[in-house]
Design a binder for this molecule. Structure first.
Ligand code: GDD
Length: 334
């Protein structure tokens, strides 16, 4: 019989790639979505519009235990991938309270519902390299101590601890992926990579003249989301639940990302990037680079995209999207 999986956050970048991957493997795929999303499918389901015929969506809220309990009472899921979260670090500084509520309580509600109704359902928690924050060693691995630098990072450490506690206390198959930054053409526009590639495309088409950014020296280990969802699935197929770092092992600065993205369209980033203090964070994570030896050895996982290929794909995608947008007519054309 086909395995049945529930994905929270199915409308997001990772959720959409994971849904595609699981469908290809023959899974019956279900997604938890906000009711407002169901009421506005054109805007909210852009990443999964091509999958809507093949998946089942359930309205629920991460703020409501009864709504989550109800879904688990109706379906015998074999696997649950908990990806939904307020995942934008800058927003977590603006509203730490709602980030904490959604990310911590939402995770706890799902774990509690699984324990109550379907304890054999395997659970994946979307942990993050943000938990390493002010890093204690380079590169970061599964044993590196956490030092989160934002309400978002703190909420994810709490989710990680909850996940481990359900594993230890109730003998449930619960594990966390410690995923380093992962991007791609479906990335939200608020994250720096997509902000850069979408603005590069707008500049190239004459629709923008500058790109306002904060800290250009921050370094990240950037991979491709399509590669990373394979690791999530592999974690839930192991004989024992364990936590894994998923990373490329390479680190690049925001400045380098800019340089490469602008060079892709034969422009020099120095002519367009403007530093704007409002994009600096009260506490920054300066440098992330992961050691994914454990995932490579035990999960047999490795990334397929290089950094250059990632940037290239994102820029090309944004050039295509921008070309489709109505543009302002140049004076000579009027
Ligand atoms: N978003 C953004 N916008 N970031 C900027 C900007 C800007 O204008 N200018 C500089 N940056 C810097 C940020 O200060 C940060 O150091 C870096 O670019 C990356 O920022 P984001 O793309 O917003 O990602 P993030 O690293 O904070 O968090 C992402 O990765 C985590 C994994 O480490 C998110 O996807 C998290 O949800 C995820 O857990």
């Amino acid at each position: 019989m086909n395995k049945k999986a529930l994905i929270t956050g199915i409308t997001g970048q990772d959720g959409s790639y994971l849904a595609e991957y699981l469908l290809d493997l023959g899974y019956e795929v279900h997604g938890l979505v906000r009711r407002v999303a169901l009421e506005d499918p054109q805007r909210r389901f852009t990443r999964i519009s091509h999958l809507l015929e093949k998946i089942t969506l359930h309205p629920a809220s991460l703020e409501s235990y009864p709504s989550i309990f109800h879904i688990f009472s109706q379906h015998n899921f074999d696997e649950c991938y908990h990806l939904a979260a307020q995942s934008f670090v800058a927003e977590s500084f603006a509203d730490g309270f709602s980030t904490m509520n959604t990310n911590i309580n939402g995770t706890h509600y799902i774990l509690a519902a699984i324990r109550e109704l379907r304890p054999e359902c395997r659970f994946y928690f979307a942990g993050t390299s943000e938990m390493f924050g002010k890093v204690k060693e380079i590169p970061q691995r599964e044993t590196t101590p956490f030092h989160p630098r934002s309400p978002y990072g703190i909420s994810k450490v709490a989710g990680f601890d909850l996940t481990r506690n359900y594993r230890e206390a109730y003998n449930m198959f619960c594990c966390s992926g410690l995923l380093f930054n992962h991007e791609g053409p479906r990335r939200g526009f608020e994250f720096v990579t997509r902000k850069i590639t979408s603005t590069v495309a707008r500049i190239k088409f004459g629709l923008a003249s500058e790109l306002r950014l904060g800290n250009l020296e921050a370094k990240r280990d950037w991979g491709h989301a399509a590669d990373y969802v394979r690791a999530m699935h592999a974690m839930l197929q192991q004989p024992e639940p364990e936590d894994f770092v998923v990373a490329t092992g390479e680190t690049h600065s925001v400045r380098e990302f800019c340089e490469l993205a602008f060079a892709q369209v034969d422009l020099n980033y120095r002519d367009y990037v403007v530093i704007d203090g409002k994009h600096y964070r009260p506490a920054e994570v300066d440098m992330l680079v992961g050691d994914s030896t454990k995932a490579r050895e035990i999960l047999n996982w490795q990334p397929q995209y290089t950094f250059d290929e990632l940037v290239k794909e994102m820029v090309e995608n944004d050039l295509e999207l921008t070309a489709l947008q109505p543009r302002k007519l140049a004076a000579s054309e009027i």
